[in-house]
Design a protein around this ligand. Structure first.
Ligand code: DQQ
Length: 496
């Protein structure tokens, strides 16, 4: 049934989204039709196409009562717009349809699982949000909320679990035919935990286990979980709020954490072996994954962060974009992420250079652009021949976004201080990388308003949004000392 609230949102986007020219959006990253987006939701395969829903407030570029926007794609790069899927129109979700996920049911329908939010006045006079898990069933365009919603409430929590911080269900179906979902929750110590629920019929859910919890070590509330096997290991993703930095591994604020370990499905015991950040850049949060028919685990995230909203461009008609979907694997106990291979089909105008000596500012013919896939490999001319190396992108006389590497510390720094924002927000991040035989390889993907850096074939990724004028499109190198540089650069051309 299409409620008045949903129809109003659909009418609004149908009327006003066409006023936003494609040239004012990224060419191949997903954006909201109009207004605001945050988390990706329901990233899943349905009837042979990949669907992506997103936290959505069409009416302004600010977070507001959460709807679910909707796009779909066959190649992770062309995003076809679909009408708004969910609106906050029921008693149990009247203050927001928060994040969640989707799967195809055996009978060919699509099931959405999401968090319904309603506000209430607490006994001591504070406004608080009650969060429950809800379902909706649809055909890929229209969705009916389940009559028996909510399907999980405070009654389904473990002892001491918070009914106010209980959100972001990620659902899947295992080979044993059982539906399972993970949900973020808060424990009595105030920090986060990930709960596992099971269901035989995708309607009646039972708590199976608490898979892991922060114990105030990796941030507080654990939002937006995902849980999947990968390369013989089990991976648990979460996006913690209120993190404290741990060396250069995590940063303060809203972060992302990947816990890699082992899992015993019989006892639901998850054993952590390694903990790392998912993305080491500035703008990345709430990632979610799907499994492709050819067995790839593909991740997408909100390429933004709650702590950097002050950098929003003035007069924007849309705000918030998704990361490039990334193929995941585990190598040596660490998460590896590379752009989806579909991107390679859109590479044009190859430019290559071998062993170029860089010892001062260097501009090479053919290196420019704002929709680019470029790999730069850097090695010293001789041992200790350089103190730092820089790649500058999105550059003109005024602007530049810089990726700097210092071999003595193995620290890579992404710096968008001069990338069009004069807001007092985070503009740099530094992280440790692992050079191989003194060499470092940087794959840099640009799409008008973003930079995504993949280090050493995906050992680390760092993402940042940049709202520089598109005319700032030069690419240059610079070194303190002498380095040898190989370059392979393509323009990305996405036919409409
Ligand atoms: N955003 C959603 C929540 C989620 C948070 C609300 C994470 O469901 O926990 O818009 O960004």
């Amino acid at each position: 049934m299409i409620s008045e609230t949903l129809q109003k949102a659909r009418d609004f986007e149908a009327k006003y989204a066409p006023f936003i020219p494609d040239s004012q959006r990224p060419a191949f990253h997903a954006t909201p039709s109009i207004g605001w987006t945050n988390d990706p939701n329901g990233f899943s395969l349905y009837r042979g196409e990949y669907h992506l829903f997103y936290q959505y407030h069409p009416y302004s570029c600010e977070w507001g009562p959460m709807h679910w926007g909707h796009v779909k794609t066959r190649d992770f790069l062309h995003w076809e717009r679909l009408p708004v899927a969910l609106a906050p129109d029921m008693e149990y979700d009247k203050n927001g349809c928060f994040s969640g996920s989707a799967i195809e049911l055996p009978d060919g329908r699509q099931m959405i699982v999401y968090t319904g939010v309603r506000r209430r006045l607490s006994p001591d006079g504070r406004m608080e949000e009650v969060q429950t898990q809800c379902q909706a069933i649809g055909d890929g365009v229209n969705y009916d909320k389940w009559p028996a919603n909510p399907v999980l409430t405070d009654k389904d929590l473990p002892a001491g679990g918070s009914a106010l911080d209980f959100r972001d269900p990620k659902v899947w179906r295992d080979e044993d035919g059982v539906y399972r979902m993970v949900v973020g929750n808060r424990t009595p110590d105030g920090s986060g935990a990930i709960l596992l629920y099971e269901s035989e019929d995708a309607v009646n859910w039972q708590l199976a286990a608490t898979l892991d919890s922060s114990r105030n070590q990796y941030g507080r509330m654990w939002e937006c979980p995902d849980f999947f096997p990968l390369d013989g290991k089990q991976v648990l993703f979460t996006s913690p709020q209120e993190m404290s930095p741990i060396g250069l591994e995590f940063h303060a604020g809203n972060g992302t954490v990947c816990l890699i370990g082992s899992y015993d499905p019989a006892t639901h015991q998850f054993q952590r072996e390694n903990v790392q950040a998912i993305d080491y850049g500035i703008d990345f949060y709430a990632p979610q994954t799907l499994l492709t028919p050819d067995g790839r685990r593909v991740m997408i995230a909100w390429m933004q962060n709650w702590n950097t909203l002050g950098g929003k461009p003035h007069d924007c008609r849309w705000f918030g974009q998704m990361s490039l979907p990334r193929e995941l694997s585990v190598r040596d106990g660490r998460l590896i992420q590379v752009p989806v291979r579909e991107l390679e089909a859109y590479r044009r105008d190859k430019v290559t250079y071998q062993s170029v000596l860089v010892n001062s500012e260097t501009n090479l013919h053919g290196l420019r652009g704002r929709m680019v896939d470029m790999t730069v490999t850097v090695r010293p001319v001789s041992r200790g021949s350089y103190a730092s190396f820089r790649v500058n992108v999105a550059r003109d006389g005024e602007f530049a976004t810089t990726i700097r590497y210092k071999p003595d510390t193995s620290i890579l720094k992404i710096d968008r201080t001069r990338s069009g924002s004069n807001a007092d927000i985070v503009h740099t991040r530094s992280f440790l990388v692992r050079p191989r035989d003194g060499e470092i390889k940087l794959r840099i993907v640009l799409d008008r308003f973003s930079v995504e850096v993949f280090v050493n074939d995906g050992e680390q990724a760092a993402s940042a949004t940049i709202y520089t004028p598109q005319e700032a499109d030069a690419i240059s190198f610079d070194a303190e000392g002498s380095v040898l540089v190989d370059v392979e650069k393509y323009d990305i051309v996405i036919p409409s």
